[in-house]
Design a protein. Structure first.
Length: 169
């Protein structure tokens, strides 16, 4: 199995801005009114969304942050390195994967307002994952970082931050 087969089989399409491929598998018909949400949101939101998400050798998930928690589910393929920068400026790297004996994590929650970006580990060919969000994903909640500010704060991660920012293509 390769990424081209998965892209066709699951009807994945390019995820603009962020990178990778996706297909929305669930979008709740229930709506949460803005007045019941934190001030972070500028409009009503669907209750929950879920997607398939695929990275291959030609893609990455660019550094970004969202206003809702995002739960990653690793399904198959090669391990993924995820960089996280929390609101308190703590930096963390994790490996998403299904080889528990190598301390890979098959499910991980990225808290709201945390910068996140990911790429296949060196030598990997693809990773099929899924994500679930509640309140549901909305493109208006997607935010990209100021690369220069991140590089000044985290010079020790220059290579990875550079790789995961939008102008690194």
């Amino acid at each position: 199995m390769d990424s081209d087969f998965i892209i066709k089989k699951l009807k994945l399409v390019p995820l603009e801005k962020e990178g990778g491929y996706y297909y929305q598998t669930y979008r709740s018909s229930r709506i949460i009114k803005k007045e019941f949400l934190k001030n972070d949101y500028c409009n009503d939101k669907v209750l929950k969304t879920a997607i398939y998400y695929l990275l291959n050798q030609d893609t990455k998930s660019r550094l970004h942050r969202l206003k809702s928690d995002e739960i990653y589910h690793f399904y198959s393929g090669d391990p993924v390195l995820m960089l996280l920068i929390y609101p308190d400026d703590k930096l963390k790297k994790i490996i998403l994967g299904n080889r528990l004996e190598k301390n890979e994590i098959p499910q991980f929650t990225v808290p709201a307002n945390t910068w996140q970006g990911s790429t296949l580990l060196e030598g990997g060919s693809y990773a099929l994952m899924g994500t679930t969000m509640s309140p549901g994903f909305d493109f208006s909640d997607y935010e990209e970082p100021d690369k220069i500010k991140l590089l000044k704060k985290f010079p020790m991660e220059k290579e990875l931050i550079t790789k995961l920012t939008a102008d690194a293509d």
